[in-house]
Design a protein around this ligand. Structure first.
Ligand SMILES: Cc1cc2nc3c(=O)[nH]c(=O)nc-3n(C[C@H](O)[C@H](O)[C@H](O)COP(=O)(O)OP(=O)(O)OC[C@H]3O[C@@H](n4cnc5c(N)ncnc54)[C@H](O)[C@@H]3O)c2cc1C
Length: 308
């Protein structure tokens, strides 16, 4: 159903004139307008840019944790709020790996569904805030397994997650922990490295936006979705900030006009009626080659705004 809905979103935006290129952006120059964006195949100039490249949930790699031959999406997830209510996790023992606020939040959330929730943590103290720790530690359904790492995930007779092999980091003793669900809560990595520090980010790489807006540190560059949202990271919040960014980009164009020269050489005063361009949203393979050639080539397309 989700895929069908996004296909409809895509078709609708194309009906309104959006051009979609499913390519990975390797490089971007935000030093002046028009901004320049490079993929392995083309260079694009744009009067405004919306960055919505998301954030990837970090996962641990141990036998049984992956997609092929493992239990990823068959009991292992990186989002308790998204997947925790699924029937397979109800009234079953569950585990969360992590020690920060997200791990506490995910574990507390899972107590609504699971019979018991283990927090597996490799150290003997959490880095979560005191208040979140207290809530988790005092919850009757939560048990913390300190100084413990996960070394393997194994299946049950239905081919779903059946349990974990966990190891005490001090004694090296390995034991069995039967659980039907495992949730990684070890942080996210925002996809902002390609910006090469041109836009202000926080210490974890999330783009900093002015509160209540999608404005970044560069006028004309907006950020939406998980790449600027450390806290909520949900589809609906990403869509909401995406809408804000589109409206702000349009408003910016109305106020500042276009920096592209018109046919008589002047800057274009009002581009609000010009159709928008979308650039690079899918998982196209990244290529590091060919950039110099592209840089020297004249940008092929000039558009009022680009959405990454
Ligand atoms: C397992 C899982 C289940 C979830 N379930 C739910 C749920 O039930 N409900 C809910 O509300 N939310 C859910 N979420 C969260 C939701 O998916 C995200 O909050 C939402 O997709 C964020 O949207 P976004 O557009 O910011 O980023 P994304 O959806 O991550 O999109 C970013 C896009 O940018 C692309 N990209 C990255 N870098 C570049 C680049 N350099 N050049 C070009 N393209 C690039 C990526 O390939 C990707 O296509 C779930 C997340 C996970 C991981």
């Amino acid at each position: 159903m989700g895929g069908e809905l996004t296909d409809k979103f895509r078709a609708q935006s194309e009906r309104f004139g959006t051009k979609i290129f499913s390519e990975t952006v390797d490089k971007i120059d935000l030093s002046r307008r028009p901004f320049k964006v490079w993929t392995s195949k083309k260079a694009v100039e744009a009067d405004t840019v919306i960055i919505s490249t998301g954030a990837v949930a970090k996962r641990l790699d141990f036998p049984g944790s992956g997609e092929v031959g493992g239990f990823w999406n068959r009991g292992i997830s990186a989002c308790a709020v998204c997947d925790g209510a699924a029937p397979m996790f109800r009234k079953a023992p569950l585990a969360v790996i992590g020690g920060g606020d997200s791990a506490m939040e995910e574990a507390l959330f899972l107590t609504k569904y699971g019979s018991k929730v283990y927090i597996i943590h490799r150290r003997d103290e959490f880095r979560a805030s005191k208040i979140m720790q207290k809530r988790a530690l005092e919850h009757p359904k939560i048990e913390v397994l300190w100084n413990t790492t996960t070394v393997e995930a194994y299946g049950n007779e239905k081919g779903m997650l059946g349990g974990l092999k966990i190891q005490d980091v001090k004694t090296k003793e390995v034991r069995d922990l039967p659980v039907s669900g495992l949730f990684f809560a070890i942080g996210h990595e925002p996809a902002s490295k390609f910006l090469n520090n041109q836009v202000e980010t926080d210490q974890d790489g999330y783009i900093v936006t002015k509160p209540g807006t999608t404005e970044t540190s560069i006028p004309g560059v907006f950020a939406a979705g998980d790449v600027q949202d450390k806290k909520w990271r949900q589809a609906i919040t990403a869509a909401g900030t995406g809408c804000m960014a589109a409206l702000q980009a349009e408003h910016f164009l109305q106020l500042h006009g276009s920096s592209f020269p018109s046919e008589n050489g002047d800057a274009v005063a009002d581009t609000a009626e010009t159709p928008a361009a979308n650039v690079a949203t899918a998982n196209a393979p990244t290529s590091n080659g060919g950039l110099t050639e592209q840089e020297s080539a004249q940008a092929a397309i000039q558009e009022p705004f680009a959405v990454l």
